[in-house]
Design a protein around this ligand. Structure first.
Ligand SMILES: CN(C)C(=N)NCCC[C@H](N)C(=O)O
Length: 264
């Protein structure tokens, strides 16, 4: 099994994150300080995503990464490989994403001397508290919604990327850096536009149970969110997700391709 894609995914995810971090920090108007936790989590998750995607595509098409650069596999194969990457990455992403959402939603102001402590003092404390209060399954709260969000949208992510590169590259050549940048950016936007409705639901499921259980499941959350707030609830965060999606994924794909290219 080729492992370079896992390593390239690891590094490129971390580079993309450096660009995306300011967007993440303002996304829920919360406090998500420090880079080490998001760096570790995105590197692990991106490594799994790109590694699984590439290896599934290799199994489906018997074409290496380099061969795929000059000859596009079928969109069905690209979509299946992307969806598989989405399913597998969910197992790794779920606890990290839960901790991120809980910390972002923690709106207590900075701790004043003598004032009340925030509920979660940092990522490790957050994980330990969830484990203690909600059990090991608590760390996977919202994982179904996350899988529903990421499976088709990561299929779309790779189809957009490969399709754009293919359309804008002369036959038999490698895509230029500019093409890779724009293709990665569009892949980020397309996947985030498609993912935003379920992103809203996922975040609500992850916050559910903190005080009392409000939703009986993903469908119940969809229905009651719609009843209470109307259709527009599903588009919350669309602008910031798309604005963040372009640069993050442009850099992620550019560095991923660059690393694989330089390793031969
Ligand atoms: C849920 N969606 C839309 C995705 N996972 N899309 C792929 C982009 C991943 C990248 N690390 C990012 O955070 O933009």
């Amino acid at each position: 099994m080729p492992v370079e894609e896992f390593v390239a995914g690891w590094i490129s995810g971390a580079l993309g994150l450096v660009l995306g971090h300011p967007f993440d920090t303002v996304k829920l108007l919360g406090f998500f300080k420090g880079m080490s936790f998001p760096l570790v989590s995105i590197a692990v998750v991106n490594s799994v995503l790109f590694g699984v995607y590439s290896n599934v595509l290799l199994a489906l098409t018997a074409m290496s990464h380099q061969e795929r650069r000059t000859q596009l596999p079928s969109y069905t194969h690209v979509f299946i490989a992307g969806c598989t990457g989405g399913v597998i990455q969910t197992f790794f992403l779920a606890p990290f994403d839960l901790i991120k959402v809980r910390l972002q939603n923690q709106t207590e102001p900075r701790v004043q001397p003598g004032g009340p402590q925030p509920r979660y003092r940092g990522p490790v404390h957050c994980a330990a508290t969830i484990f203690r209060e909600e059990g090991p399954r608590g760390l996977f709260r919202g994982a179904w919604a996350l899988m529903l969000r990421d499976t088709p949208t990561l299929g779309l992510y790779f189809v957009t990327y490969e399709g754009f590169c293919h359309q804008n590259t002369p036959h038999g050549q490698n895509p230029s850096s500019a093409t890779v940048l724009v293709a990665g950016g569009f892949a980020g936007i397309a996947s985030w536009v498609a993912a935003t409705p379920l992103d809203v639901i996922k975040s609500r499921m992850q916050m559910d149970g903190l005080r009392r259980r409000e939703y009986q499941g993903v469908l119940d959350c969809v229905v009651s969110s719609f009843r209470q707030e109307g259709l527009r609830v599903f588009f919350r965060g669309l602008t910031i997700n798309s604005a963040r999606g372009f640069p993050v994924n442009a850099v992620t794909f550019l560095s991923y391709e660059y690393l694989l290219h330089s390793w031969g």
